[in-house]
Design a protein around this ligand. Structure first.
Ligand SMILES: *[C@@H]1O[C@H](CO)[C@@H](O)[C@H](O)[C@H]1NC(C)=O
Ligand SMILES: *[C@@H]1O[C@H](CO)[C@@H](O)[C@H](O)[C@H]1NC(C)=O
Ligand SMILES: *[C@@H]1O[C@H](CO)[C@@H](O)[C@H](O)[C@H]1NC(C)=O
Ligand SMILES: CC(=O)N[C@H]1CO[C@H](CO)[C@@H](O)[C@@H]1O
Length: 914
């Protein structure tokens, strides 16, 4: 399990590097971080830190011998791995002080492909993430990895190796730094095929190493942009493809404190990663796949398999902030209906509320909201409403806050001495801020059981008033306006200026605040900017936590509470909670949209990268605001975005207050394009549904980057302007203004045009494809059977329609698929669901029903299209009975055989073609 080698090898290597021809030693690229950013790096600034050294115009970390730790014990067998003690080599070497003198390095074996490595203080107990993970009771017996640490007395470093190939997955470079509020570790990477980390908006799925790029991670109400900013969620998780064969591993740094990651090349070109966090411990989980898809499954199994969305949630969602009245909603609905555009969900943003208070509706412009909800429900359209976490400090008249105070549901200052002198007496020792309502607010502590009960009760009471079907939880980073400033931007003009001001202490002004204070909308340049103070006390009933540590869990905790509330309200169903802020594990309860983007072609492109990232994070039900949130799209952009958005798993058109309407009915061209393309989406929803079933049951991905399906295809590793649904349906949207064609990359195999069935390409190949405005290139991969159903105006209707199969043959004339079916929104159970496997082999299409014949009563296969059929058959039998020649057509030019039949889904199907 652990190597007993000496550190001499590394020492010699470094020494040699210094001696050879006066070259810079490799590790000079391991830069010293400055709280104010690298722009201040000067010899003088560098000299302030004993952990830093100035060489040839660069301020870099001192080497491991001077700056790191020494192995201070023999390895101790723990039964589940081993641990060794570490001792700080030179206590005088430090970045920001308060170095841990003694650490424990612990290796814990879980599965053969799953390894945990923890580095923590030997002297004190430090914060660890309280979010539960699924870990096996007993470890696997044949680990696929080995961990190397040097022998007693040597300078500490460690590495993780894949046994089968010898690939080095993790290999520390430079010194480990472990201080009270600054922890830093560097690792060589096996390659520069690095993916993941979030929530950040990345311009490309594959990360950049040159120039060096540094992204912060800390939950924040930060709109989508092209800078290296931290956004709503917290996902310190990445994957590396190690070699040309596609062997891949992933690493989670299970830490919820403010952090940052930096990617760069060492002077010799080695791709390297720095991880920094300002609290907690180092707690790594490694997953060895070996394929990217297996890596994903293994990770998702640990953090929790994704929620299974109800069928209706896969329909189209229409939303905006600024309908301003029930009439605004009715007008948009009328446009949809007039143009026959499918829609399953209508969503309302905060403008439905009275004075933007949760659990209210505006009696003036939304007085007949209950009637509107009834109209929607009569049309089989579901209602999603938004809720913000913060509630007003009106403890006299506003019942939710009165009851919340009775439950003691809100975040408190960590010390009574921090309560501002001018605090309203009724607000006790709660931390008070200001968000959308015109009155100050308090912030529920959703970690706390009493808060969860209170929240659940408020949701139940409001459902008696407004019959919503699902909830959208926003602003849950949590966002607070104007923190540390004179006043919030939306502060009532007639009131004395006021804002939440955070004390100047080590929590609110940590020595290394990470890059987040220097990017994005960072007016106070403090980590408390735009959120509440780090000196808040929270509790899960057992332990007390500082907001400093659990800040990034706020959205996760609200998601858990909201999911629980909806389950109590709608027992036996699959609740839908749309959350802005997420953490590893949120996918079990939440779906996600990619935040406040802009009607901008670059943002449209980046949304594909965002989908890939959230696929990695185990939240596959994801999409961006179609047609853009901020600013106004033109007809062309909205048309192209509706085409792309028709293939987001979570497909929602949404925009902001003060902009014109952008629902698809607003332009005749967009309406026509949307009606058509959402029809294609609805047609293939049975396929998408089966993919979500697999995601829920096994942790499989839904939207896949090409590299998940073709891991040894080096070209596919850079493709982030195309994506797949499952293994079978490829989407290649047009993402450029004015473009009427695009290059499409076709990996290995046969690719057919999805709807026409003609062979588009035999890959690997890149072709320029015509795509005038009304066309989005769509392909089905040879070897795959896609189930479909005739589309309708909503899924309640479409679920009654006849089924068909798109059978796309591979080079050996075969194809495979499956159908999963159930009530669509009941609790998932094997007993009440239908599963059938489909195969086309040797000119025979066969269905094998696994279970649930009675679940599909009344549903029939009525059409089968075989793509890549070589000739017109002489005879076709369905379950032994011959079809008449008029029941099929063979189209010679496109090689498509279309068979009309009538066969119950609940009976085994055999179609023999001769
Ligand atoms: C991994 O660590 C062991 C023990 O220190 C060492 O012998 C080995 O050379 C290291 N491997 C790499 C690739 O650095
Ligand atoms: C906050 O939590 C800490 C740690 O449990 C505790 O010592 C302190 O009294 C709490 N503060 C308040 C005001 O309850
Ligand atoms: C809704 O109201 C806001 C604020 O009064 C206004 O700016 C906006 O234009 C209105 N939206 C529409 C669609 O009329
Ligand atoms: C709103 C604000 O102050 N944004 C600033 C955040 O920091 C970056 C980098 O220093 C500035 O460019 C922004 O203007």
């Amino acid at each position: 399990m652990h190597g007993g080698q000496t550190a001499l090898a590394l020492l010699l290597m470094l020494a040699a590097g210094t001696l050879v021809g006066g070259q810079q030693t490799k590790l000079q690229a391991i830069e010293c971080p400055f709280p104010e950013g690298q722009s201040v790096a000067s010899e003088e600034e560098c000299g302030k830190y004993t952990a830093c050294e100035w060489t040839d115009g660069r301020c870099h970390m001192v080497d491991n011998v001077a700056g790191g730790y020494v192995v201070d014990s023999e390895p101790e067998d723990t039964g589940r791995g081993f641990k060794v003690s570490l001792r700080k080599s030179d206590p005088s070497v430090t970045m920001f002080g308060h170095d841990e003198s003694n650490l424990i390095f612990e290796v814990i074996h879980h599965e053969d492909y799953h390894l945990q490595i923890k580095i923590y203080s030997a002297d004190e107990s430090r914060y660890e993430v309280p979010v539960p993970l699924n870990l096996p009771e007993s470890p696997g017996s044949e680990p696929k990895y080995s961990v190397g640490v040097p022998a007693l007395g040597d300078h500490f470093r460690f590495n993780v190796t894949r046994s089968s190939t010898g690939n080095t997955l993790f290999r520390t470079a430079g010194p480990l730094t472990f201080e009270d509020q600054f922890i830093q570790i560097h690792t060589w990477l096996a390659s520069s095929y690095l993916y993941g980390f979030g929530e950040n908006t990345h311009l490309s799925y594959k990360h950049q190493f040159e120039p060096r790029s540094t992204f912060p991670i800390f939950a924040r109400d930060q709109p989508v942009g092209t800078d290296a900013m931290n956004e709503y969620g917290h996902h310190p998780y990445y994957m590396v493809m190690e070699d040309d064969q596609g062997n891949s591993h992933s690493v989670l740094l299970y830490n919820s404190n403010a952090m940052e990651y930096s990617t760069f090349l060492l002077d010799d070109g080695t791709p390297t990663l720095t991880l920094r966090t300002i609290g907690g411990i180092l707690d790594f989980h490694f997953f060895l796949g070996p394929t990217p898809e297996e890596v994903n499954v293994q990770y998702v199994n640990m953090v929790g398999n994704p929620a299974f969305p109800p069928y209706w949630a896969l329909g189209f969602h229409l939303s905006r902030w600024g309908y301003n009245s029930t009439e605004g909603v009715r007008a948009a609905r009328e446009r949809m209906k007039a143009m026959n555009i499918p829609q399953d969900v209508q969503t309302l943003d905060i403008d439905y509320m009275e004075r933007q208070r949760d659990f209210t509706y505006d009696p003036t412009h939304w007085g007949d909201l209950p009637a509107l909800v009834e109209e929607l429900h009569n049309d089989n359209v579901k209602l999603t409403i938004i809720l913000d976490p913060a509630v007003v400090i009106d403890f006299d008249d506003y019942q939710p806050s009165i009851r919340g105070k009775e439950a003691d549901a809100f975040i408190k200052w960590s010390s009574l001495s921090l309560v501002p002198e001018d605090q309203e007496p009724a607000a006790d020792d709660y931390m008070v801020g200001y968000v959308w309502p015109d009155t100050k607010t308090v912030f529920p502590d959703f970690l706390k059981p009493e808060t969860q009960e209170w929240w659940s009760n408020e949701i139940k009471l409001f459902h008696e008033v407004i019959k919503f079907d699902s909830l959208w939880i926003d602003m849950n980073e949590p966002a607070n306006f104007g923190t540390n400033l004179d006043k919030p931007f939306n502060w009532p003009p007639d009131k004395e200026p006021w804002s939440l001001k955070c004390p100047d202490d080590k929590w609110n002004n940590p020595p290394y605040p990470t890059k987040m204070v220097r990017v994005g909308d960072n007016q106070s340049k403090r980590i408390t900017d735009h959120t509440i103070c780090m000196t808040g006390n929270q509790t899960d009933g057992t332990s007390t936590f500082l907001h400093y540590d659990v800040h990034s869990l706020y959205g996760w905790s609200e998601t858990v509470a909201t999911h629980k509330a909806l389950l109590e309200l709608f027992p036996g169903t699959r609740p839908v909670v749309l959350s802005r802020s997420t953490f590893p594990g949120s996918g079990q309860y939440a779906i996600h949209w990619l935040g406040d983007n802009t009607a901008d072609w670059t943002h449209m492109k980046m949304s594909i990268v965002g989908m890939f990232d959230f696929t990695m994070f185990g939240i596959p039900m994801v999409g961006a605001d179609v047609c853009g949130f901020f600013s106004e799209p033109d007809m062309e952009m909205c048309a192209r975005w509706m085409q792309l958005g028709a293939f987001y798993p979570f497909s929602r058109n949404h925009n902001t207050m003060g902009t014109g309407d952008q629902d698809p009915g607003m332009w005749p061209e967009v309406a026509e394009i949307s009606r058509y393309i959402l029809g294609v989406r609805y047609r293939y929803l049975p396929y998408l549904y089966a993919l979500f079933h697999r995601a829920h049951m096994h942790g499989a991905t839904v939207v896949k980057p090409l590299l998940n399906v073709f891991p040894d295809d080096l070209v596919a590793r850079d493709v982030d302007d195309q994506f797949l649904w499952g293994n079978g349906l490829m989407v290649a949207p047009v993402l450029k203004q004015g473009a009427v064609s695009r290059d499409v990359y076709f990996p290995q195999g046969k690719w057919y045009n999805l709807l026409e069935g003609s062979l588009a390409a035999t890959g690997p190949a890149t072709h320029s494809i015509d795509a005038p405005l009304e066309v989005i290139p769509l392909y089905v991969r040879g070897g795959v059977i896609l189930p479909f159903q005739e589309p309708s105006i909503n899924t309640v209707d479409s679920r009654q329609n006849p089924f068909g199969l798109t059978v796309a043959l591979d080079a050996s004339g075969e194809a495979f698929g499956e159908i999963f079916w159930d009530s669509g929104d009941g609790e998932h159970s094997m007993g009440e669901s239908y599963m059938c496997k489909l195969q086309y082999v040797g000119n025979e299409l066969t269905s094998f029903i696994k279970h649930g014949e009675d679940v599909v009563v009344g549903l029939k296969f009525e059409v089968i299209s075989i793509y890549g059929a070589s000739s017109n058959p002489t005879a076709i039998t369905v379950n032994g009975a011959s079809l008449s020649e008029s029941d099929w057509t063979f189209s010679e030019d496109v090689e498509v055989l279309t068979i009309r039949l009538s066969a119950h889904l609940g009976e085994p199907l055999s179609v023999v073609i001769s």
